[in-house]
Design a protein around this ligand. Structure first.
Ligand code: PLP
Length: 372
């Protein structure tokens, strides 16, 4: 038949058939084709190529979630006696991995505030196996000096991992900073529509071989339908990110001028402590921001409950704007002291600015803030 599908098919297959045993043996021994979808699947490989290309690495690997990507990438590179240097401001699930799982395997983890570059450098100087970073951070949008830290870690023979979920591959280019493994929760901007749970790592050999092997063993591989939906999301990634960047900047400026808002955390605002570094290192400031309501926990809760267009929900990075109170969501498990250290106050609201008409979002925030 003439004509081929513009859109690739979804290969909903768990296994693959062979014409003869020699072909099967060749695939098992030389990884020269498909044998079983926990190893590889054509739909997953298709989206992996697209993500690798976006981030500028030779390889990307698809996972069943961002946490599957993070835990597999970290566990692929540490063993008993190793040391990880990381920051306090990492994602809650990653913190649990670092704080509860890894010490049980005899891996030492040291935490430093992400903006204290000199203190992180001092810890790197003591020797380490992995430097694990996240930038920009949740929920205060701190921007880490990744290139400086990465070159210091490399000088000590360590590997550098960066969770770049908040930026997406459009707003920053970690490959230029020498990052060894870039990680994304594909659930966020890459999927972009709040309908997939997905994760990716991007890296070159030999990291990719090692992580591929551990993915095969741990089994947290991406499924073909998720790969298909994520590939569809990627087709509009650049378009969406430009709109996210524009909308978030407009919303941040609106909130900064609002009498019932006491602080706005957005790296695009000159008042943000990392505005200078973000301007130098990033090509867009992103769609995430947080702000503090001129009220207590209950007053802030009332503002949340009055939002209409903006949905009260966890997660981020999709076309629909989402808001939540970090105190009751992402940082609920933290002790009051740990929350204070993380800068999570009772009146803090995290906002994932979507791609709706921006005036609709501003009007929604305005009427919600009217409640206090
Ligand atoms: N990294 C960051 C920065 C996140 O915000 C999240 C989830 O919110 C994750 C990783 C984990 O991703 P997933 O929920 O897809 O496992």
């Amino acid at each position: 038949m003439k004509g081929k599908p513009v859109i690739p098919p979804v290969y909903m297959t768990a296994t693959y058939k062979f014409d003869n045993s020699d072909d099967l043996i060749d695939v098992v021994q030389n990884h020269s084709g498909y044998i079983y979808s926990r190893w590889d699947n054509p739909s997953v490989v298709e989206v992996e190529h697209a993500v690798a290309h976006l981030e500028g690495y030779d390889h990307a690997l698809g996972f069943s979630s961002g946490m599957a990507a993070i835990s597999t990438a970290v566990l692929a590179h540490v063993q008993t006696g190793d040391r990880i240097v990381t920051t306090r401001e990492i994602y809650g699930g990653t913190f649990e991995l670092m704080n509860t799982v890894l010490p049980g395997f005899g891996v030492d983890v040291t935490y430093v505030n992400c903006w204290k570059t000199d203190e992180i450098l001092a810890e790197i100087d003591k020797g380490l196996t992995l430097l694990y970073l996240e930038s920009p951070t949740n929920p205060l949008l701190r921007v880490v000096d990744v290139p400086t830290l990465a070159s210091a870690a490399h000088a000590k023979g360590a590997l550098v991992l960066l969770d770049a979920t908040f930026a997406s591959p459009i707003n920053q280019h970690p490959v230029q900073w020498g990052v060894d493994v870039v990680i994304h929760s594909g659930t966020k901007y890459l999927g972009g529509h709040h309908d997939v749970t997905a994760g990716f790592v991007c890296c070159n050999k030999p990291c990719s071989d090692r992580i591929w092997n551990r993915r095969k063993i741990f089994g947290g591989v991406m499924d073909p339908m998720t790969a298909f939906l994520t590939l569809r999301g990627l087709q509009t990634l650049e378009l969406r990110m430009h709109k996210h960047n524009q909308n978030a900047m407009a919303v941040a400026r609106f909130l900064a001028a609002h009498p019932k808002v006491t602080a706005v955390h957005y790296p695009g605002l000159p008042a943000h402590p990392d505005h200078k570094i973000a301007s130098a290192r990033m090509t867009g400031f992103g769609g995430m921001l947080s702000f503090e309501v001129a009220s207590d926990f209950d007053g802030t809760k009332q503002v949340m409950d009055r939002l209409k267009t903006i949905k009260l929900a966890t997660s981020l990075g999709g076309v629909t704007s989402l808001a939540n109170q970090p105190l009751t969501n992402t940082h609920a498990a933290l002790s009051p002291e740990a929350r204070e250290k993380a800068g999570v106050s009772e009146n803090l609201v995290r906002l994932s600015v979507g791609v709706e008409a921006v005036q609709t979002l501003i009007d929604d925030l305005n009427q919600a803030l009217d409640v206090i």
